[in-house]
Design a protein around this ligand. Sequence first.
Ligand SMILES: [Zn+2]
Length: 424
Amino acid sequence: MQNMTRREFTKNSALMGAGLAASNFVAFGGTRSARNADISVFIPLPIQIVIDDVGWWSGEDGHKSQQPFRTGISRNHVPADYQAIVDLGTKLGVRPQAATILCEWDRENILREVPTITWMREKWDNSKWVGPWLDEAADIIRNNQNHYELTLHGVGHEYWQDENMTRAEWADSSGQMRPLDQVELHLDYFEKLLDQNQLGPFPTSFVPTAFLHGFGLTGNHQISMAEVVKKRGIDYINTPFNDMYNAEGAQFGLFGIDSGVITIDRGEDLFDWNDFGERPSGVLAGPTCGLHWPNLLHEDPLGNAEIVDAWVNLLKPYNDKPETILAENSSLFRNQLVHYVCTKVQIRKDKFEIDFLETNTLNDQLSNKQLTLKIESERALTFNSEDVTLSKLKTAQGKDSYLYTLVIDNAKDHDKAVVKFETL
Ligand SMILES: [Zn+2]
């Protein structure tokens, strides 16, 4: 959860007509799309859903009484709130990241051992939240792995110094990493709580709490937060660059590589962190569709589906536009985002040329050699290439045009590849 308000929202709404809120995501004349008289080729911007502050059972915002910012809703959380995430993923064919806080999953009060990790310090007592709902929610998470990614958010969300709650768990309010021994301890206990509840292996993705994070080294540390979490298997950090210390260090605009860990700009969310029970509206401003758990839920858990369906209706069109695509999972999202930023495409007569030169310098960030293109044409087309393998051809026929979704596999690591097209 965050401190900020919807500060850019009204500014962005002026750009809604472009299909995306920020003009730099629409790219005619750039390198990520090309067109001639009757054909346009796009490297679509991938979109991924990231949901913060999943894991609380209490909905109470406790920050005025030295307790954490939780979700700030007027009821407790229930297993149906986890099912809402799965339903969103299933209906859209994607795998939302659930950035998770685990302290209220502590069945054995082990967090007494780490005074900085909760507001009760050595007197931590979580018995109130130990009940059958833990197993019910854990079952939902375990049984729906294709549509639910458990992402590291934190243990207690904040950092307790003596009796005082301070923001936030992993970094202070200026983005400097907390003392290394404490960070390691908090990560150890996150893992212990995963094990206690059999929630699976340590996550591979991370959303810093309160978006307090530094890119690269901070303070007097000899190691960056990215490198600390990389040792635990994290290879992907998502946080708004507006709030990130040393955001200018991010080398590729929409993302940076920090100790080998891709760090992606979350940009602006459509909702404030505690907007609850409202149907979403608006236009995404970038590749991350960031929300907080209450934004997906209804005051009556039986009504969650209403809000989920409103999100489905808002997001589904991004799969149908030539400029964007909903990424199936984090791994495919990262691949496509690197291509979106680094791969270039040009049309020449009856072929288009794809330039992988810059992308190939980031090969260690890619889980495969595939890139998705979308091609809009007034004519029905066929495609072939001697350089790359073309697969999964999907065609959508509009009133006056065809939209092809083409998966390009650059298995031979070419720096440049040619794809020919001809009229059917
Ligand atoms: Zn949070």
